[in-house]
Every structure is written in structure tokens, then in C-alpha cells.
Design a protein around this ligand. Structure first.
Ligand code: ADP
Ligand code: MG
Length: 399
């Protein structure tokens, strides 16, 4: 895909036009209150830009998984007020009550207003990407903007089908996300290093297979490192591991060798006999894990070695924590390496991009988020990008 051909919503002539904007405002809610507004803040620049240039933004979004049925608990009505506050502009909610069609709301829109459509996933045609629903959506506006990178791995009516009917543009946060990912994967400053951690190797095989072809060094940490270590004959005691994936681990190591990618595994570990807060922790060399011990973090010598690896690189991509960071003290390895990466970034020596739900939580806990170049919150779409797959929601903007 030629991403340079992506058109920015900033370059669309929106004056007096109805602009259908796909956004991801699938925010965490508790009793109807938004508990984390990151996703709302992310769409503000695109919406304000459209409003500021006389356009009429119509927001298309979803919450949860209502599976093609009207589920009142998943109504987008709860977001009307938070969105008004974020945009500093009136938001009209097209509630579909009394049979008033969305088209009537669209026709009645006034300049300066934002229209919020009801949860698209109440309609089976959204996730089914039916031509009818894509057409119905397209009929509501003149221009299509996708500002939801995090749903771009799904081919739905609002992320893919609709683009065939209207001039299509990428929103500003979508462009920022793509730019950050291209910066580390497609046109990085070399040498490059990837840190991949997390619980299981089985969930990240396609990611690892793609990365060994692209990066100079691959640091494997977290529970998944245990499967690699075992496959090399290291005894990992009671640690989380997937012996049925030894073969895959060896295959990944062989592919890494073919592509000149160096795989770096932990040389020491923090272990415990139980996986719970306050469990007695102990640091051991990686070849000395006791039979009743569980590897729950990388040790200080690994952190020192890995920091050295980062110091020798210009570009870092990070997905997955190096240990069970949720429980003290098993986050220390991840936190220390995150702070080192943040410091190198701030010193202008490293471009650092991280992504993943738990990775974001770990970077926040380390106080390192602000020091990274970019933190993706896209989850599934971020991982599919790391797998080297084409995202339908991005491809649709290029057709
Ligand atoms: P992300 O959400 O950033 O993609 P993952 O979901 O792949 O990250 O991995 C996060 C999980 O991996 C965390 O719940 C963490 O506790 C777990 N984990 C990391 N290292 C270990 C380990 N050594 N043993 C058990 N679980 C681990
Ligand atoms: Mg996770």
C-alpha cells in the first residue's frame, strides 16, 4: 500500500458539507460515566478542524458488542454530554426514537453542530458490511473521514464499505498513528530493536515472524520468553510456558538467523514460589531456576543488558511487558527498561513507539508514557499492523 497517497481530512473541502466521521469512542463506562476519555480526546482535533472550516461533522461509532440488536445499555446517548464538553460545540444525538430516521437528523443539521448517530452495531449491516447499510450511511453525508485506526482491522460498513460511495479521507489521529507505525517499521532509522513480551508466545507468533524480518534485534521477554528458553533446554520450573510451541519458537529463531536479526533473551530472572502480591521474590541466573520456582520478571542483569541494546539502537518498537507487572515487585524489570527507553528518547537518541493495552498500563505505572515518542492505544489493529497485515479500514481509504 502506498500510504503517501492517503489524503488528510485537513485537505478536504468541507465548507458547508456534511462530513461522516468514523470515530472510536468505545470508552470504558461505569454507570454511564466515562472512566477514561483518551479516545474522546483523540478525535477532538479532527472534529474541531471540520467545524472550524464550516463543515458539519456526523459521528459514526459503536460501543460494546450488541451484535446487530438494539441493546439500550450500549446506546451512545451517554456520550452526548462528554462530547459536547470535549468539542465545545452542541452535539445532537440521533436517537432513532419515534421512527425518525437518521437522514432527517442529518437534513436538519445546522452549522456549528455535531451530529452523533446511534450505535452502528445495533444494525446487522454494520459488522456484516452489507452494501445496503454502507449506502444508507453514505446517503447521510457528502464526505467520508475515518479517524478510527483502532477499528481499521475490521471490514465493516462504516470502516470499509462506505468508502466506495464518497470521497474518502484519513482523520488526523488516524494519520498520526499510521505515521508513527511507519516510522518504526517501514522507514526506520537503523539499527532497530523490538521488545516483545506478554504472557504467551501462541498469541504473538505472527508478530514475531514478521518482526524478525524487519528489525535488527528482537528482545523477547515476559512469559513467552520461557517457551523460547525451554526450547533451548533451559529448565524453567513452574513458569508459564507452552511446550507445544517449542517448535514454533525454534522456527522463529531460525528465521531470525536467516534475516540477520539477533534474538535477545533474559539472562536472569526474578522468581517466586507463588504468583501473588507479597510473595517472597528472589533473583537467579536463568540457568538456575529452581524446580518449584516461577519466572515472573526479568532480573537486574537482564535489564542492564537490555538497556545496552537500546542504547545501541535508534528505533524501538515495544509490545508486551517483560514480567507480571500487575503484581509487585514483578513490574520492576519492565518499569526500569521503560524508563531507560523514555530517557533515551528524551535525549534525542531513540525513536520509541509502544502499543498494547497492558503495555500502556505498564508504561503509565512506570511514569514513562510521556517520554515515549508515541503510544498506540489501538489494540487489535496495532497488533495486526505488527503482523504485517493490510488493514481493510486503511486500504479502503486508498482504493
Ligand atoms: P499487551 O496487552 O500490551 O499486548 P499482553 O496482553 O500480550 O500485552 O501481555 C500482558 C500480560 O502478560 C500481563 O497480564 C502480564 O502479567 C503477563 N506476563 C508477562 N510476563 C509474565 C510472566 N513471566 N509470567 C506470567 N505472566 C506474564
Ligand atoms: Mg493484553
Amino acid at each position: 500500500m502506498d500510504f503517501d497517497k492517503l489524503k488528510s481530512s485537513r485537505d478536504a473541502d468541507v465548507n458547508g458539507k456534511r462530513v461522516l466521521v468514523r470515530v472510536d469512542i468505545n470508552v470504558p463506562l461505569q454507570n454511564g460515566v466515562v472512566t477514561d476519555d483518551t479516545r474522546i480526546r483523540a478525535i477532538v482535533p479532527t472534529v474541531k478542524d471540520i467545524l472550524g472550516r464550516g463543515g458539519l461533522p456526523i459521528l459514526m461509532a459503536h460501543i460494546g458488542r450488541p451484535k446487530g440488536q438494539v441493546v439500550p445499555d450500549f446506546s451512545l446517548s451517554v456520550l452526548q454530554k462528554p462530547l459536547e464538553a470535549a468539542f465545545g460545540a452542541p452535539v445532537v444525538f440521533a436517537d432513532n426514537k419515534d421512527g425518525k430516521p437518521a437522514k432527517a437528523f442529518s437534513d436538519e443539521m445546522q452549522p456549528g453542530q455535531v451530529l452523533l448517530l446511534e450505535n452502528l452495531r445495533f444494525t446487522p449491516g454494520e459488522e456484516g458490511n452489507t452494501p445496503e447499510f454502507a449506502k444508507d450511511l453514505a446517503a447521510l453525508g457528502d464526505i467520508y473521514v475515518n479517524d478510527a485506526f483502532s477499528t481499521a482491522h475490521r471490514a465493516h460498513a462504516s470502516t470499509a464499505g462506505i468508502a466506495a460511495h464518497l470521497p474518502a479521507y484519513a482523520g488526523l489521529s488516524m494519520l498520526a498513528e499510521i505515521e508513527a507505525l511507519r516510522h518504526v517499521l517501514d522507514k526506520p532509522e537503523k539499527p532497530t530493536v523490538a521488545v516483545v513480551g506478554g504472557a504467551k508466545v501462541s498469541t504473538k507468533i505472527p508478530v514475531l515472524k514478521n518482526l524478525v524480518q524487519r528489525v535488527d534485534k528482537l528482545i523477547v521477554g515476559g512469559g513467552m520468553a520461557n517457551t523460547f528458553l525451554q526450547s533451548m533446554g533451559v529448565m524453567t520450573g513452574q513458569s508459564l510456558a507452552e511446550p507445544e510451541f517449542h517448535y514454533q519458537a525454534r522456527e522463529i529463531m531460525a528465521e531470525a538467523k536467516t534475516h540477520g536479526c539477533e534474538i535477545v533473551l533474559p539472562i536472569d530472572a526474578v522468581i517466586a514460589r507463588e504468583f501473588k502480591a507479597g510473595a517472597a521474590a528472589e533473583t537467579v541466573p536463568i540457568h538456575k531456576v529452581p524446580i518449584d520456582g516461577m519466572i515472573l520478571d526479568v532480573g537486574p542483569q537482564s535489564v542492564e543488558q537490555l538497556t545496552g541494546v537500546l542504547e545501541g539502537c535508534k528505533t524501538l518498537l515495544w509490545n508486551g511487558p517483560l514480567g507480571a507487572f500487575e503484581i509487585a515487585p514483578f513490574g520492576e524489570g519492565t518499569f526500569a527498561l521503560a524508563r531507560a527507553a523514555g530517557a533515551l528518547t528524551q535525549a534525542g537518541k531513540l525513536v520509541s513507539v509502544a502499543g498494547g493495552g497492558d503495555t500502556a498500563a505498564a508504561l503509565n505505572a512506570a511514569g514513562a508514557t510521556q517520554d515515549f515518542t508515541y503510544l498506540s492505544t489501538a489494540g487489535g489493529a496495532f497488533l495486526e499492523w505488527l503482523e504485517g497485515r493490510e488493514l481493510p479500514g486503511v486500504a479502503a481509504l486508498l482504493q
